[in-house]
Design a protein around this ligand. Structure first.
Ligand SMILES: Cc1cc2nc3c(=O)[nH]c(=O)nc-3n(C[C@H](O)[C@H](O)[C@H](O)COP(=O)(O)OP(=O)(O)OC[C@H]3O[C@@H](n4cnc5c(N)ncnc54)[C@H](O)[C@@H]3O)c2cc1C
Length: 381
């Protein structure tokens, strides 16, 4: 079996790439380890930057999110008894975030690709890859199959085989943080209007809208904490305490997990004919909501490079893709790292650290030039 591009992974990066290649008349096959059902139910991100939406719209892939998603152009910071709203849309000429759950976007991308004859091999994990061949293990097969190709697009996330295979060639720079975040989907009282960042003496709490009735919540916790340390009652109490709003006892709490916060960046995003995209190349913490956006933007950039390669004979399209996207990913990484440090730290209970953090937040909210710089990066300009 042979194709022009094998895409490993049917997340946002892989599926945007597959759609863009299909539209450019470039043959590709998507290989995904999980089932379709698993992929379209995996709730994760939900904040799409203005630029990401424009890219998706340009590919005709934004109809679902424009019809069913919502928009946000402000976020609220809370500490002590203060609640201050930062209207970043007003500082960026009306740019805003679109709120649309990642799993809904993934479902739309799958539908668009398969409606035009695209092939996604579900339950086909990639088990080996080289510059010209990807080896897949089909379900219930006794032996793997090889697919030959011109290019391999490693879109299989941080734990996938692509990054691990390229690791020894391109290297990896990592940072882990001395605290974690408990995260869960909840139904907060009074709808899910604002994005909220609360800086409480017990640690950070955050709430990001996902659908009309559901928000993803985050609670800073100790690195050693396990999900069993955070029964629903404790999550509900602590969210209520840190956000300053009581959650109804019956508010449903779903998909609870403890995130070990870390950032990682590959030293290079390409090697030979293999390109890394999205989380396979760069992992950012949820602070700043950059991960899914980077994944989509990588995919559009790689598709552009491959289109010029096949149409106009541009040789070696990957190095340029790798250089440009790595620079962009470091900018997003820097913002995410800065934002994490703004809202969350290892020292709940340390008044010096807390007051420094609050002074930074006040400067952000009180200085128009500081707020404008924040707003532009936050919304992805
Ligand atoms: C709880 C949580 C909240 C988040 N919140 C935000 C947010 O608000 N905003 C934001 O922008 N980002 C957020 N993110 C990050 C965002 O979800 C990721 O950055 C995004 O999913 C990256 O997309 P991707 O396509 O690169 O990788 P993934 O979505 O991880 O997709 C990789 C795919 O590859 C498949 N795969 C893995 N190994 C193999 C293999 N060997 N063979 C074949 N297939 C394989 C996987 O099953 C998966 O389908 C959040 C993440 C989490 C976990």
């Amino acid at each position: 079996v042979r194709t022009q591009v094998v895409v490993i992974g049917a997340g946002p990066a892989g599926l945007v790439l597959a759609n863009a290649l299909q539209q450019a008349g470039i043959d590709c096959v998507v290989a995904e380890r999980e089932t379709r059902r698993h992929v379209v139910n995996r709730a994760r991100a939900g904040m799409l930057e203005h630029r990401t939406v424009e890219l998706l719209r340009g590919l005709g892939l934004a109809d679902g999110l424009l019809a069913k998603g919502s928009r946000r152009s402000s976020c609220e910071f809370r500490w002590d008894d203060r609640r201050v709203v930062l209207r970043y849309g007003e500082l960026t000429g009306g740019r805003e975030h679109h709120v649309y759950p990642q799993q809904h976007l993934v479902a739309d991308l799958l539908d668009a690709f398969t409606a035009h004859g695209g092939t996604v091999l579900f339950s086909h994990p990639a088990v080996a890859l080289s510059a010209g061949t990807v080896t897949l293990w089909p379900p219930r097969a006794v032996a793997p199959i090889d697919i030959g190709c011109d290019f391999v697009a490693g879109c299989d996330g941080f734990h996938g085989i692509s990054r691990r295979t390229l690791h020894e060639h391109v290297g990896l720079h990592e940072r882990s943080y001395p605290f974690g975040w408990v995260t869960a989907l909840i139904q907060p009282p009074g709808g899910t209007d604002e994005v909220v960042y609360a800086l409480h003496p017990n640690g950070f709490a955050g709430r990001m809208p996902r659908t009309a009735t559901t928000s993803r919540c985050y609670l800073q916790c100790a690195t050693a904490d396990q999900v069993r340390d955070w029964p629903d009652e404790r999550v509900r109490d602590e969210l209520g305490r840190r956000l300053g709003e009581a959650l109804p006892v019956r508010a449903e709490i779903a998909e609870k997990s403890v995130m070990r916060l870390r950032s990682s960046m590959v030293g290079g995003m390409t090697h030979a004919n293999v390109a890394l995209l999205g989380d396979a190349a760069h992992l950012v913490t949820p602070a700043g909501a950059k991960g899914m956006n980077l994944a989509v933007q990588d995919a559009v950039a790689l598709a552009d490079g491959l289109r010029v390669h096949y149409r106009e004979g541009l040789r070696d399209p990957l190095p340029r893709y790798g250089r440009e996207r790595l620079d962009k990913a470091w900018l997003a990484q820097e913002f995410s790292h800065w934002m994490l440090d703004l809202i969350s730290g290892p020292e709940p209970g340390d008044p010096f650290a807390r007051n420094l953090r609050l002074a930074r937040v006040r400067r952000l909210l009180e200085s128009r030039s500081f707020a404008t710089a924040f707003a532009r990066t936050y919304v992805g300009m």
